[in-house]
Structures are given as structure tokens and as C-alpha cells.
Design a protein around this ligand. Structure first.
Ligand code: AMP
Length: 292
């Protein structure tokens, strides 16, 4: 039998569904997404299922987190396929609002998180995290989750959401889920659909670079520049352009002169016209390529 899932479009409907679950004594888990769902998203949904009695997901391609020359209008959309996948992962209710529902006429409030938003993505997508923080705050207000699951694929986003929830005293636990990868190591992403076969093969240089750096870290290398260089040596020849390959403090994203026991090594680059991001937390994640 196909599991049941309810799909709602308005903030009042998702609030009513989550209130009803709470009144039955269930805790509410939440997984926000932009749709075009893959196994990475579904792993988040299953994690929420383990942690909460009632699971809500959202699909909303949020216009305010896209820059003017980014892929908002052509971002992949497949609501019907997504609903079936979420039902299979045990999601109880899907919130799929329109932009007008999330940004009512005259909307003029934005959530701005400072500090952790500045480096890495903040340098290349200066308005991105304000859009993310604003929409996540609105989604949290509608759903009222006690736990929300985010992927470490968007590592900086996870830190931004944690900081926002803490600073705004939101009563929600933010859980970070490890990156889900294809068998060959490429991090799953809705944007991988943009890659041609040749570009997809080239994109593997990203995970090979992160793997090489992780091996150097395991061998005792603690110079962040040397670890970055180990990743760059693989990524630069394959990528069309590189935005950053940087080792930073895993908690604050502050720059490092030496790595102590943990650091995030984060990459953003273009392969063809597709912008891809990936990372490894040195001192925590295993080297990302599986032994063959
Ligand atoms: P998106 O639909 O791209 O906005 O992503 C929705 C959520 O899924 C975010 O918390 C992402 O970090 C997470 N996510 C996307 N891809 C992956 C992946 N390969 N592994 C783990 N989490 C992911």
C-alpha cells in the first residue's frame, strides 16, 4: 500500500496539520527543500522520521535566495514525483506554497545573520543567506518544528540556520545530516541534472580533491594552505572556474593559520555553467571516496 501523505499549500493549513499532530502528543520534525528530490533529501526525511512522531517537509523554490543572474526560473521542478518520494520516506505532510503565500503583498521583513554568512558563499552570493534565513524563519513559524534536519552538503547554510535559531530563541533543534554521495563519490544535488555526461565525469575531480586533502590530513598535515592545495591540484584542471577552495574553522568559518583537530574544507566551482559545492569536515568525516 502506498503510504499516505497530505499536500497543503497555505501557511494556515500546514500550521493546522502540525497543531493537530502536537495535540495528539506527537513531536514535529521538519525537512525544508527546494524539490527535485534525490536520495540526499530522502535521507534527511528518514532522519526526521527517526527523531519525531510527525514529519513535515516543504518544497519551495525560494526566489529571495537566488541572485539576479542565477537559475531561479530554470531550477528543476517535479512536484508529482517528489510527493511519491516523500510518502515513501515516511513524510506525513508536504507544504508546497506559492511565492505569494510566502511573501504576501507588501512583504518587507528580512532576517539577516552576520558573521558566519560573510565568507565562502557570502563572497560569491552576497544576498543568498538573507533569503535563506528569511524563508527558513517563515517556514519555522508556519511548521513550529521541534527538530529540523539540514544537509551538511550546504555546510555554511547549516551554520547560518543554527545561528539564526539560537539568536532568535527559536525552540528548534537543528540537526546536520552527513552528505549523501553517488557510488562514485559525487555529492547528490538537484543541480547535477544540469551536467552533461562529460561535465559529470569532470565534476568527480571535486570529490577526488577533497579525498586527497582528507588523506593528507590523516597523514598528519595541519597546514591549511597545504590541505587546500591538495584539493586544488585535482579541482583546478577539471573545473571551468573555481570560486573557492578554503579550509576554515568548522564552527565559525573563521580563517585558519593552522588546523587543530577539526576544520571544514569547502569548495565551490563551476563545471561548464553549473555551479557545484561540496565539502569535507577534516577530523570528523572519513575521506569521501569509498575504497573499491
Ligand atoms: P535543497 O533542496 O538543495 O535546498 O536542499 C534541501 C536540503 O537537503 C538542504 O538541507 C541540503 O543541505 C540537503 N541536501 C541536498 N543535497 C544533499 C546531499 N547530497 N546530502 C545531504 N543533504 C543534502
Amino acid at each position: 500500500m502506498t503510504p499516505r501523505i497530505v499536500v497543503v499549500a497555505s501557511p494556515s493549513e500546514i500550521r493546522a496539520a502540525c497543531d493537530a499532530a502536537r495535540s495528539r502528543g506527537a513531536s514535529v520534525g521538519f525537512v525544508p527543500t527546494m524539490g527535485a528530490l534525490h536520495e540526499g533529501h530522502l535521507a534527511l526525511a528518514r532522519e526526521a522520521r527517526r527523531r519525531a512522531g510527525f514529519v513535515a517537509a516543504s518544497i519551495f523554490v525560494n526566489p529571495t535566495q537566488f541572485g539576479p543572474n542565477e537559475d531561479f526560473t530554470r531550477y528543476p521542478r517535479d512536484l508529482e514525483g517528489d510527493v511519491a518520494k516523500l510518502a515513501g520516506a515516511g513524510v506525513d505532510v508536504l507544504f508546497a506554497p506559492t511565492p505569494a503565500e510566502m511573501y504576501p503583498p507588501g512583504d518587507s521583513t528580512r532576517v539577516r545573520v552576520e558573521g558566519v554568512t560573510a565568507p565562502l558563499e557570502g563572497t560569491f552570493r552576497p544576498t543568498h543567506f538573507e533569503g535563506v534565513a528569511t524563508v527558513v524563519a517563515k517556514l519555522f513559524a508556519a511548521v513550529g518544528p521541534c527538530v529540523a534536519v539540514f544537509g551538511r552538503k550546504d555546510y555554511q547554510q547549516l551554520l547560518v540556520v543554527r545561528r539564526m535559531a539560537r539568536d532568535l530563541l527559536l525552540p528548534v533543534e537543528i540537526v546536520g545530516h552527513p552528505i549523501v554521495r553517488e557510488a562514485d563519490g559525487l555529492a547528490l544535488s538537484s543541480r547535477n541534472a544540469y551536467l552533461s555526461a562529460e561535465e559529470r565525469a569532470r565534476a568527480l575531480a571535486i570529490v577526488r580533491g577533497l579525498h586527497a586533502a582528507a588523506l593528507r590530513f590523516e597523514a598528519g598535515e595541519r597546514d591549511p594552505r597545504a590541505l587546500e592545495q591538495a584539493a586544488r591540484a585535482s579541482i583546478e584542471p577539471a573545473a571551468t572556474s573555481v570560486d573557492y577552495v578554503e579550509a576554515r574553522d568548522a564552527e565559525t568559518l573563521a580563517p585558519l593559520t593552522a588546523v587543530a583537530d577539526r576544520a571544514v574544507l569547502a569548495v565551490a566551482c563551476r563545471v561548464g555553467t553549473t555551479r557545484l559545492i561540496d565539502n569535507v569536515v577534516l577530523g570528523e568525516d572519513p575521506p569521501p571516496l569509498r575504497p573499491v
